[in-house]
Write a protein that binds this ligand. Structure first.
Ligand code: MG
Length: 253
């Protein structure tokens, strides 16, 4: 099943796909919603399919990506956070801030949490993931290298394109993932190449911070990260989940 968040005259609404159309829902899909009116999929504006309290991210979770940045693979998952204010919807531009001379794409499989998880076992983590979506963990690489921690480099507005849908019933453990910029393939791997697999990451993160329904866990990016320039379009594609396209623009202050 595919779930979307769309713009309506009454504000953002959740919807589920049904025979190429959408059925509006009265609450988030992990809260056992009731059906409402039908709308045409091609007539709606898609929004980012999440309203998380936090975005939990994992660094250096693919061996070849850690190596390309000159890092070893960590002995435990490397956690950091992005703020919800960084989220951008499908098709919404990534805005390059003037503070950075090198902003890079990082296509990432993303888990959507469906129930509160604290100190979760592996089985509880698996049961607590509602569905999957796609994120681009956009990163100002020069600022990441300059700072002691990742916050500034990862947190500019629009640095987390997300969507287009939350998809249920797809096993996250061995999906093809690729990123292209203007049609040129930059990243291509499979989620089976992760150092720490998806549900282990959820269980691990839940021992640090309580995960709330709707929270997101970005599972790290494979090798091939590279720079973005204004005027380009970056697309992240994951098997079974669709594709997330983002034009790139310069941010003007
Ligand atoms: Mg990343």
């Amino acid at each position: 099943m595919r779930f979307y968040r769309i713009a309506t005259d009454d504000g953002p609404r959740w919807a589920r796909e049904s025979d190429h159309d959408l059925v509006l829902l009265d609450r988030a899909p992990w809260l056992s919603p009731s059906d409402g009116a039908r709308v045409r999929l091609e007539e709606v504006t898609l929004l980012a399919p999440a309203e998380p309290s936090k975005l939990v991210c994992i660094g250096r979770n693919y061996r070849a990506h850690a190596a390309e940045l000159g890092n070893d693979v960590p002995k435990e998952p490397l956690l950091f956070l992005k703020p919800p204010s960084a989220i951008a919807g499908p098709g919404e531009p990534i805005a390059l801030p003037p503070e950075s001379a090198r902003v890079e794409h990082e296509g990432e499989l993303t888990l959507v949490i469906g129930r509160r998880l604290r100190d979760a076992s592996l089985d509880e983590a698996r049961a607590g993931v509602f569905g999957l979506t796609i994120a681009n963990d956009v990163t100002a690489r020069d600022l990441q290298r300059a700072d002691v921690q990742f916050t500034r480099a990862k947190s500019f507005d629009t640095f987390c394109p997300l969507g287009p849908a939350v998809v249920t019933g797809v096993d996250p453990n061995d999906l093809a993932i690729e990123v292209d910029v203007d049609g040129e393939i930059r990243q291509r791997s499979r989620t089976s190449a992760m150092v720490f697999p998806p549900y282990e990451l959820v269980a691990y993160a839940s021992r640090v911070m309580t995960l709330e329904p709707g929270d997101l866990l970005l599972t790290g990016t494979p090798e091939g990260v590279g720079p973005l320039a204004a005027g380009q379009t970056v697309t992240v594609r994951i098997e079974g989940l669709g594709e997330l396209r983002s034009p790139v623009v310069a941010r003007v202050r």
